[in-house]
Design a protein around this ligand. Sequence first.
Ligand code: ATP
Length: 363
Amino acid sequence: MARITLQNLAHSYFPSPTSEADFALKEMDHVWDDGGAYALLGSSGCGKTTLLNIISGLVRPSHGRVLFGDTDVTDAPTTERNIAQVFQFPVVYDTMTVRDNLSFPLRNRGKDAAYIKARVDQIATMIGMEDRLNQKARGLTADAKQKISLGRGMVREDVNAILFDEPLTVIDPHMKWELRTQLKSLHREFRHTMIYVTHDQTEALTFADKVVVMYDGRVVQMGTPEELFETPAHTFVGYFIGSPGMNLFEATVRGSVAHVDGHAVSLGADYGAPKGRVQIGIRPEFAFMTDGPGLPATVRRIEDVGRHRIIRADVLGTAISLIAPEGMAVGADMTRVAFAAEKINVYADDWRVSPVGAQERAA
Ligand code: ATP
């Protein structure tokens, strides 16, 4: 297993890039801890696959270096990186039995028969295939074949990392949950460095200790699910994580007060005087309809989604969403919206502003 370091890494598919827009990956410096479970999350085209392929050695970065532990692997081919990969679609040998498919990576590396049998039995149990080990892969469902691919990805104990590229795409929704849970427990047990690419926030948040959110070729935040929820580092994270995403208002901020279209909104901390395009962000979970003080709001629609209701409202020309817990009444006299001050985040040019003194306190 290995710590993975991305040093001044950037990538352009053009031979002579002339501007930042020519880069599929903008310059980044990151250390991914040995034994960590990471999810690479972002919408289509943000650079997830490019980054994964650079780590696996399928793509050579046009700038910077990749290190596994202290070894520079930038120019090492995939075969020399000692990694396992699981792709979107199953890669199995149809004419082989499930056992032979799972044994393959171990036999290739000359492991002894007793070890192979024990290890394959263990993995087969974890992927729920122990009763089908002697069956040929041909004729199995796509689900079952992908489980074999996942098992094969995890069968070697000595890999530097296991890379998953949207591995649950072909799996039916119920099984997705089960396999995600199994992957998580496999990670807990074996502590491999795992990198899991997905555009699905639920997959990312349930699988990973750290979620790496990408936007337009950049890593905009690397954080725990809680950090992404509480303190999105970029407005994209606020919008992309959560359902519905974070509400944003154009504002001016002075100290611990924001002004939205002339209305004062108390903030939970002192933010100084941020410059640029300033916005305040508040998650739907922390905004409430009220008959007390707040910003004037018009309710447009209320959607009952089971455990709670989503209120869609207009506030000073901005469409926002609020989450009202089951049983909370929304009376006709509730014509204002109020926010939990300590849950408001402040953004300048899309990046989160730290409260004054927060960095010194954290240091
Ligand atoms: P998706 O979820 O759709 O696979 P992604 O986040 O994995 O998207 P990438 O496939 O890494 O994104 O693509 C990032 C950018 O690089 C996109 O603009 C894409 O068009 C471009 N790109 C990807 N592969 C190539 C290639 N082989 N040649 C040229 N441009 C490419």
